[in-house]
Design a protein around this ligand. Structure first.
Ligand code: GRF
Length: 205
């Protein structure tokens, strides 16, 4: 699957996906990386891996829709079949989502539907939950609200800080995102409304 990745930040999830691809354990081709932030670490990681990287700085556009139009054209030109959000800090508008006719996935550092949005790990600590984790889900028009593909729990320790909890969740994210994308690429993800079923070997035709 020809895959584009959008990232706004340091890009550790992007790097994990690139590394898994390079090791032959992820049957996708990352053909393009994009960001809304010119200095994003993710852009450097893409360049180091020889993947074309492109910036769509929001300040270059008069309207949000114009930025999204450029992203849509960029994906079309790259014949993208799968879009992965990896720390992309903007919500794709309903208009943008309506123009995308292939899967869009996101990773979020909590067990959704708990703690959507920013600072999910801080929200978890402030709430006082004993277990948090991460979620890979399909993107829909809402905020971290699409159908869930995979989740994995991470215990919250009494001595945890936002930093320590984030680090432990991140280590799981790096594995879980590749696991979910692999299942999708192998045709093992079946979606019925909000429910996502992972097909077992014997269920595959
Ligand atoms: C991750 O925690 C991811 O779950 C969230 O944003 C963060 C991105 O981190 N959506 P990185 O840029 O991949 O290191």
């Amino acid at each position: 699957m020809r895959t584009a990745i959008l990232a706004s930040g340091r890009g550790s999830n992007l790097q994990a996906l690139i590394t898994t691809c390079q090791s032959g354990n992820l049957p996708i081709e990352i053909v393009a990386v994009g960001s809304d932030l010119p200095g994003a670490g993710a852009l450097m990681m893409a360049e180091e891996a020889g993947i074309p990287a492109r910036v769509f700085p929001i300040s270059n556009y008069q309207h949000r829709q114009a930025q999204e139009e450029d992203i849509l054209i960029w994906m079309q030109n790259n014949e993208v079949e799968l879009l992965l959000l990896a720390g992309y800090m903007r919500v794709l508008s309903p208009y943008c989502m309506s123009q995308i006719h292939f899967p869009v996935l996101n990773i979020h550092p909590s067990l959704l539907p708990a703690f959507p949005g920013l600072h999910a790990q801080r929200q978890a600590l402030e709430y006082g939950v004993k277990v948090s984790g991460c979620t890979v889900h399909f993107v829909d028009e809402g905020l971290d609200s699409g159908p869930i593909i995979l989740q994995e729990a991470v215990p919250v320790l009494s001595e945890d800080t936002e930093e320590s909890l984030s680090q432990r969740i991140l280590a799981v994210e790096h594995r879980l995102y590749s696991d979910a994308v692999r299942l999708l690429a192998l045709g093992k993800v079946e979606r019925t409304g909000r429910r996502v079923h992972i097909l077992q070997q014997e269920e595959l035709g």
